[in-house]
Write a protein that binds this ligand. Structure first.
Ligand code: PEP
Ligand code: MG
Length: 882
């Protein structure tokens, strides 16, 4: 015999036992404890479900006995007995996970009704029709949920009977009809189960509890858990509760209500009810429920008690409540209460108003808003009432919603976009060559690439909606069409992207605009009063920098200069630089690029004047700025075959030779970052000059400039940084000399390779600051390719919970996070005040931000639209770790 406790009676629980009793079980226990009327019950723990799940569905030893004992106690307390011919007890068997998963699992009502007990149910209610209505509902629900009988078996019989009687509604069937239907249902169950239908209520109860356990693993629950990051290891509790009947005539009713409007947050009456109905009638849409306000007329006493109870429950739980109730013969019972799900707009409004009402402190209110939700307030979103089904799903790479005509080339997108057309750029993947098309598109859809792929990072940075890695789409750029689920979408056909979910829809869905209202602003301002971490943005142009500043960024933590090399008007000069045959040619090409870079920097610095800006020198390998190897080979072949002029053929051949020369098998681990700058020192030199010239120009023009921070990427060795430092310092000092004035600047490094983290003490000797590039640190620390892994094994790992989360979204705290902590610690062992930040995508992820807070970093830097999320998450990190 085991001592493990698998069951709690209603009076033994309270809200603190939520992880054991589930949200619903703990909620009813707590209501009972504070004197809210709740039907008596017992709860089978979540641990029981987990134990059964871990043992191929077999119940743990002792559980069946504990169910019997709990049932006996419930019978004792209620004075009723399951299946009894005189005083029958009827129960509901309902799931209830720790985190609410509305509608995802199964429920069985009216259990305990049987041939033996149905006459007593009728007599006690004085209503035979009611008794047989309960019975036929029970057989159907039990058959479908517990025994797996196909739903149409029962529905067809019901329809047949209604046709035979010439009536349209279930409610038009008489007691005799329902009695007959009950017999038909029993026969159907028996037929479907080959005679194995059990009519013993005790046996039914055991099987019903087991069915609810099993429903934890049903496909829709799996999908919901995955979408909401809920672990399958939590299991569900099962609540066995005495039935109360909302379908006992016109003085009975059932309904759902919220203590505030969950869509807008407004404090007002919100809910629906039905007279003479059972719970599922309200949600199933068979009968249209009535607005709650109308209940005042039909059931005034219960209505007023419900209002008082709602208020009491909200005050007690100090949060907006989502409740279910039943009125049986005029008496109100509460069946459920939980903190209600709400839209982002409602979340900020409720948090702010509850502080004003004195219900919450500011700190508590800050913890009530889900940081990731704030994002929804910043981008136009898909109308929450949308009922369209997606045609395909990819990775939710950049949130928001976008509607536009599909377009398959970046050049065309740029041209049409600039003409004001709304474009969705559809590409196999995006490359630097596409940037001009991306910039003017409403959204980007790719078949390849992950959450930190180029397309995703760029799109997020610019607030452009992106669905990446939609592997199921087939793009035919030459034929100008994309095939999705067998349907062709041609150039210009309109689709809608939901970058927050990865869903793609055919046609134009209605979008609702973002509004930065007072509620939102109050919440992020309170967050600023609390947080310790600084929040900067990753931005590399005027618009993004201005947007970031508007959203509260305290500077730029990463300006990726390669994005400036990629613009269409720069590429010819950049290619000249790459294809240069000697230093003179290269210097000449760099002279062309310098003023363009300077102009870019001036724009950013103007937007950010008075704040620090970290400019990172060129990172990607040079061949990224050249044509693709295969494309260029094909071009040369084509030119040769078509007898193109020799000069042209030779020029393209020369390009091909360069492309081949620079081609690397693993460019991500190749000649990029400072390695490139070591081979071509004239590049960092030019960039340093452009930065300083720009900073001085903005100082002259605006009377104020930025805190200049020059950052060297992909450093592994101290020697690399000291060499780069020398090159940059020399160029900067020369510029000061030329200008006859100077300004403060610092030179720091990215820490994005494991060696750099481990040897951070050596590197710190020549660094003024560290910025952890956690994208590359994840790639190199775990050994997974950023661009490939998410569609391959990594997706499988996340789906199967080998990993709790995608490490490119949420930092792998033990591994990659360990490298960050080590880097901070070793760096500060040499320079105690060394400034450290994070500029990888994790800088905008709430869970990662909490980790960075604890690791003692100075700031995080993220995409402009994630700045408010980071501000709130940084405040929550303080509050959670007080
Ligand atoms: C990083 O590696 O985390 C980083 C910010 O650099 P990038 O994403 O540009 O490689
Ligand atoms: Mg990097």
């Amino acid at each position: 015999m085991t001592d493990t406790r698998y069951i709690y009676d209603l009076s033994e629980g309270d809200i603190s036992l939520k992880s054991t009793l589930g949200g619903k079980g703990a909620g009813i226990a707590e209501m009972n404890r504070i004197g809210v009327p709740v039907p008596d019950a017992f709860t089978v723990t979540t641990q029981s479900c987990v134990a059964a799940m871990e043992n191929d569905g077999n119940w743990p030893e002792g559980l069946a006995e504990q169910v019997d004992a709990a049932l006996a106690r419930l019978e004792e307390r209620t004075g009723l007995k399951l299946g009894d011919p005189d005083k029958p007890l009827l129960v509901s068997v309902r799931s209830g996970a720790v985190v609410s998963m509305p509608g995802m699992m199964d429920t069985i009502l009216n259990l305990g009704i049987s041939d033996a007990s149905v006459p007593a149910v009728a007599a006690l209610a004085g209503n035979e029709r009611f008794a047989y209505d309960c019975y036929r509902r029970f057989i159907q629900m039990y058959g479908e949920v517990v025994e797996g009988v196909a739903p149409n078996v029962y529905e067809d019989a019901l329809t047949e009977l209604k046709n035979a009687r010439g009536v349209a509604q279930d409610t038009d069937l008489t007691a005799a009809d329902l009695k007959e239907l009950t017999e038909t249902f029993k026969t159907l169950s028996n037929e479907a189960l080959g005679g194995a239908w059990t009519s013993d209520p005790r046996e039914q109860l055991i099987r019903a509890i087991n069915a609810v356990f099993k429903s934890w693993m049903n496909p829709r629950a799996e999908v919901y858990r995955k979408a909401n990051g809920i672990s399958r290891r939590l299991g569900t509790a099962v609540n066995v509760q005495q039935m109360v009947f909302g379908n006992r005539g016109d003085t009975s009713a059932t309904g759902v209500c919220f203590s505030r409007n969950p869509a807008t947050g407004t404090k007002e009456l919100y809910g629906e009810f039905l007279v003479n109905a059972q719970g599922e009638d309200v949600v199933a849409g068979i009968r249209t429920p009535r607005p709650l306000a109308e209940m005042e007329e039909v059931l005034p006493d219960a209505f007023h008690e419900l209002l008082d109870t709602m208020e009491k429950l909200e005050l007690h739980n100090r949060d907006m409540q989502d409740m279910e109730f039943t009125v049986e013969d005029g008496k109100l019972y509460m069946l459920q209460t939980r903190n209600g799900k709400r839209t982002a707009a409602a979340a900020v409004k409720i948090a702010r108003e509850m502080v004003a009402e004195g219900l919450l402190t500011k700190d508590e209110a800050l913890l009530r808003v889900e940081p990731a939700q704030l994002d929804a307030l910043l981008h136009p979103g898909i109308d929450p009432n949308n009922t369209e089904k997606p045609i395909v799903k990819g990775l939710p790479a950049s949130p928001g919603a976008a509607v536009g005509g599909v377009c398959f080339s970046a050049d065309e997108a740029a041209e049409r976009g600039n003409r004001g057309e709304k474009i969705i750029l559809v590409r196999f993947e995006t490359t630097p060559d596409d940037i001009h098309g991306v910039m003017v598109a409403q959204g980007v859809l790719t078949a390849h690439g992950g959450m930190t792929s180029h397309a995703a990072v760029v799109a997020r940075g610019m607030g452009i909606t992106c669905v990446a890695g939609a592997t199921a789409i087939k793009i035919d750029p030459a034929g100008k069409k994309v095939t999705i689920d067998g349907v062709d979408y041609h150039d210009g056909d309109v689709i809608t992207l939901n970058g927050s979910t990865g869903e793609v829809f055919a046609g134009a869905l209605t979008l609702v605009p973002a509004d930065l209202n007072e509620d939102f602003l109050s919440i992020v301002e309170w967050a600023d009063e609390t947080r310790r971490l600084g929040v900067r943005a990753n931005a590399e142009n005027f618009e993004d920098a201005s947007k970031a500043r508007e959203l509260g960024a305290e500077g730029i933590g990463l300006a990726r200069t390669e994005h400036m090399f990629m613009a269409a008007d720069r590429l010819p000069s950049v290619r000249k630089m790459i294809l240069a045959e000697n230093e003179e040619q290269r210097a000449a090409a760099l002279e062309e690029i310098l003023p363009m870079q300077q102009a870019d920097f001036e724009q950013i610095f103007t937007a950010m004047k008075g704040l620090p800006v970290t400019v990172r020198l060129l990172d990607p390998p040079l061949h990224e700025f050249l044509p693709n190897l295969v494309d260029q080979s094909l071009l040369v072949q084509k030119l040769e075959l078509t007898g193109a002029p020799t000069e042209q053929v030779e020029a393209e051949k020369a390009t091909l030779a360069q492309v081949k020369r620079l081609h690397e098998q693993n460019p991500m681990l190749g000649t990029r970052g400072c390695r490139l700058a070591m081979l071509y020192p004239s590049i960092p030199e030019m960039q340093a000059r452009a930065i300083i010239k720009a900073a001085l120009a903005v100082l002259d023009r605006e009377g104020e400039t930025v805190g200049v921070e020059i950052m060297i990427p992909l450093v592994a060795y101290q020697q690399e940084l000291s060499t780069q430092r020398e090159i940059v310092t020399k160029a900067v000092e020369e510029e000061f000399e030329l200008a006859g004035k100077r300004l403060d600047y610092t030179i720091g490094t990215m820490i994005e390779l494991p060696r750099a983290a481990v040897c951070a003490n050596e590197i710190a000797e020549v660094a003024d600051f560290f910025s952890f590039g956690t994208n590359d640190l994840t790639q190199t620390g775990i050994g997974i390719s950023r661009d490939d892994a998410e569609q391959g094994f990594l997706g499988y790992y996340v789906d199967t919970e080998v990993l709790a989360a995608n490490p490119f979204e949420t930092i792998d705290q033990d591994g990659v996070g360990g490298l960050v902590s080590l880097g901070v610690e070793r760096g500060r062992s040499v320079k105690p005040d060394l400034k450290t930040g994070v500029c990888g995508e994790h800088g905008g992820d709430p869970a990662s931000i909490e980790f960075f807070h604890k690791a003692g970093l100075n700031y995080v830097s993220c995409s402009p639209y994630r700045v408010p999320i980071a501000r709130l998450a940084a405040a929550q990190a303080v509050l959670k770790n007080k």
